[in-house]
Design a protein around this ligand. Structure first.
Ligand code: TXA
Ligand code: MG
Length: 351
């Protein structure tokens, strides 16, 4: 398939390009586009064939439901029913923005889009280009992250090109995304709201609206105590680089000496090693490749760089990647959720 590449300048959106992309979506085709979190692979959410095409292009298991993106609050009631009051409050506070809510679906949403579930995930993104595209396409875009299933989510158009070029109709290049981790997912379809995936919108922020919010114990930040997560997509191996990723936790000095020791050991075996560190610690490592993920004082930078750094190690053909842990105050839970998943929960305590 021929994939058309177009630039999408958020400061100066070219209506012609939005029209072209909107037409592809209306006709059942697939368009990758930037959002504020990660790039999405869009298809018409109300067209079962479009959703099927998304699964094929991504190589994604078809029991893993898609998020439906809307551009106006009124559209929520076209696709969801029995919407609780707190969901409206959350929408008012966090939409447009990086929050996805799970709600009971109306019959117009095909099972192909929801992976067979009776609930639907809905998000209104903040990205101006994404909002325009949603309107132009008819109002409902199903969009998972625009990576091949299992790969780190795309935060730049080049990541989408690497994974999906030739498999989809169009890629809109809006440059690097702002947040770099996928939206927070909260399940509003049951009695108590439950966070199914941590993101930029934290539990603390959500608790300002509803005091009784729980976190799905299955999201797996409790090493060794993993349970089946409620969001089907959270159970699959995810975000994984080709090299083996190992997270080393503990006090800084010990982390540095442990990583240097492990790197040395692998180098003696003839393996190529990489270290994922902070701006402040990167000089302390002796590995073949050392990458800084950002300053410890800039957690937004850490979040934004994570997936990109994992992909860069792949390009450099690294066999083993040792990473520090990044438990930053606001987004630390989301950052570590992705990093630990990418590592398949391989964690070493620094000695
Ligand atoms: O930031 C984001 O949310 C990005 C951008 C493109 O908007 N999208 C994204 O989609 O991350 P995806 O497909 O990569 O992740 C969606 C997650 C999956 O883990 C899926 O299982 C879960 O949401 N999900 C979707 N619908 C669900 C439902 N009805 N019930 C429970 N989990 C659901
Ligand atoms: Mg994804």
């Amino acid at each position: 398939m021929k994939t058309v590449l177009e630039k999408l300048d958020t400061e100066n959106i070219d209506e012609r390009i939005i029209k072209k992309a909107g037409t592809i979506l209306r006709e059942g085709g697939l368009v990758a586009f930037p959002t504020e979190t990660v790039y999405g692979l869009g298809g018409d959410a109300l067209n079962p064939q479009s959703s099927q095409k998304i699964y094929v292009a991504k190589g994604r298991p078809s029991d893993n439901p898609l998020i439906v993106h809307i551009a106006k609050l009124e559209q929520l009631e076209d696709i969801a029913k029995d919407i609780p009051k707190d969901a409206y409050k959350m929408a008012e506070k966090f939409w447009p923005g990086p929050l996805t809510m799970i709600l009971h679906k109306k019959s117009c949403v095909p099972k192909e889009t929801t992976g067979g579930l009776e609930t639907v995930a809905v998000r209104m993104p903040f990205h101006q280009g994404a909002l325009k595209l949603i309107e132009e396409s008819g109002g409902f875009i199903a969009a998972p992250s625009a990576n091949r299933s299992g790969r780190p989510s795309p935060t730049k158009a080049s990541h989408v090109i690497d994974d999906l070029y030739g498999l989809i109709d169009m890629i809109l290049d809006g440059g690097q995304v702002g947040i770099g981790l996928e939206s927070t997912i909260i399940d509003m379809s049951e009695e108590k709201p439950v966070i199914l995936r941590p993101g930029f919108v934290t539990k603390k922020m959500l608790k300002e609206i509803c005091s009784e919010i729980e976190t799905d114990p299955g999201i797996g930040n409790n090493i060794g105590k993993e349970r089946e997560p409620k969001a089907p997509g959270m159970k699959y191996r995810h975000y994984a680089p080709y090299g083996q990723l190992i997270v080393v936790e503990g006090e800084e000095k010990k982390v540095i000496s442990t990583i240097n020791y492990l790197v040395q050991e692998r180098r003696m075996q003839g393996k190529r090693t990489g270290v994922l560190a902070l701006e402040e610690t990167k000089k302390a490592y002796v590995s073949d490749i050392v990458k800084s993920i950002g300053s410890r004082h800039n957690e937004e930078e850490i979040a934004r760089s994570l997936f990109s750094a994992l992909r860069e190690f792949d390009e450099l053909g690294v066999d083993f990647i040792y990473s520090e842990a990044f438990y930053t105050p606001h987004m630390g839970q989301a950052i570590m959720n992705r990093l630990l998943k990418a590592a398949g929960y391989t964690v070493v305590q620094a000695k």
